[in-house]
Design a protein around this ligand. Sequence first.
Ligand code: UDP
Ligand code: UDP
Length: 454
Amino acid sequence: MGSSAQQHVLLFPFMAKGHTIPLLQFGRTLLNRHVAVTVVTTPANRPFIEESLAGTTASIVTIPFSSTAVPGVESTDKLPSMSLFYHFGMSTISMQPYFERVLEALPRVNFMVTDGFLWWTLQSANKFKIRRLAFNGMSSYCLSLCTVATVEGVFSGPQSMGELVELTQFPGIRMCKDDVEAELRDLDLRKVAHEFNTKLMETTMKSYGVVGNSFYEPEPAFVDYLNSNSLYKTWCLDPFCLAAQQPYREQDTKPRWIQWLDEKLEDKCSVLYVSFGSQPEVSHEQLEEIAFGLEESSVNFLWVITKKDWDLPEGLEERVKSKGMVVREWVDQREILMHESVRGFLSHCGWNSVLESVCAGVPILAWPLAADQHLNAKMVDEEIRVGVRVETSDGSLRGFVRREGLKKRVTELMEGAKGKEASKKVGEWACMARKAVEEGGSSWSSLGSLLQET
Ligand code: UDP
Ligand code: UDP
């Protein structure tokens, strides 16, 4: 480390909200530690990043990007279908020459943290002799279980989709094929998915290290596994969502959903917060069941809908007015989860949502839809025990959820014994998360070591 010169870190987030948000929060964490930060992004993503980093000294540099998946789309949440994800991911390599021009022009960079999905940035980093850490948007639990299940043949064995197999590496943990998405299970399934995943894994392993989007305490065995096998040298520096918490400014007008939550607090009514993340895909029939399930349930709910084409049943929003609010704007999810009225979170279990809920001490009703969400739900339910899963009509992991099943589990979470247990447990984790980022805590110290080393 240069003894007195200010350190400088370059961040390059992948263009999806769930990947960009935590890395920007990491940027704030670095700024708080007096490190200079440059963020590289594309023109259409700049406004969101500017707003997220408003009031800081971070520099933002844009480079052009033209995706072959859908021209003009620079963010996966703007893709018409997630089936285009891998083409989008592969086409990011077109940014490489522009990225290298940025590296040429920048003052000395101590290290860069670029998303694992931007695999080609390792090559650029090596060219300019800059250490590259890959940002892993998943939990270490998920990454190690996927690795172990592949090595131990869980995905290639003769068993059915739902049949559980105990892992030799992690006795007590049982996995089935249905725990992960088809593309991860069978790498030959789609050529482009295979190509993308292989590049992602190879370059992540060859990088200086991995910035794990988590803190050590909830997943020690899994972080240790990744480290001890020299697979991925993992630095747990999170939860960034806590470290970067912005103080509430008295002069700001509270968004109407926060005012609504305030009212519920006065009425001593607890609220279920509902969100399926920034890019969910569910059928029309399933969406109707969610809507009717919430309408018929006994609880108050705040439902944030991010998809413009999600139409709720006719008249429903009007009918539920006294107990439910539907919001179709971008919200500050952390602010909602931290609100005292919120006592439960019906979540798709995107990893950021899980972490944010844990940090806010809010138990989860897990309804995983895609990607790593099923393993996150498994962690929520079986490992850290901060929630329950929704009940599918056929008992399978990815089955249809009927309104009766949803109502039952909502009640269980908000009023039942299981919910009480999960509440107690999540409170303990929230406390540990706060300690991790405080001076002397595990994440605080790990970041200190990383800065010292580089
Ligand atoms: N988010 C938000 N406002 C919204 C919707 C989402 O702040 O209206 C944030 C949420 O807090 C989280 C991220 O977007 O940080 C979503 O990431 P996650 O991993 O939970 O799910 P994804 O969207 O990647 O499926
Ligand atoms: N935008 C775009 N392509 C992208 C990402 C964003 O054209 O890949 C445009 C988008 O249409 C919008 C603006 O950039 O006008 C801001 O997008 P953002 O995702 O920040 O917020 P939104 O307005 O979608 O909530």
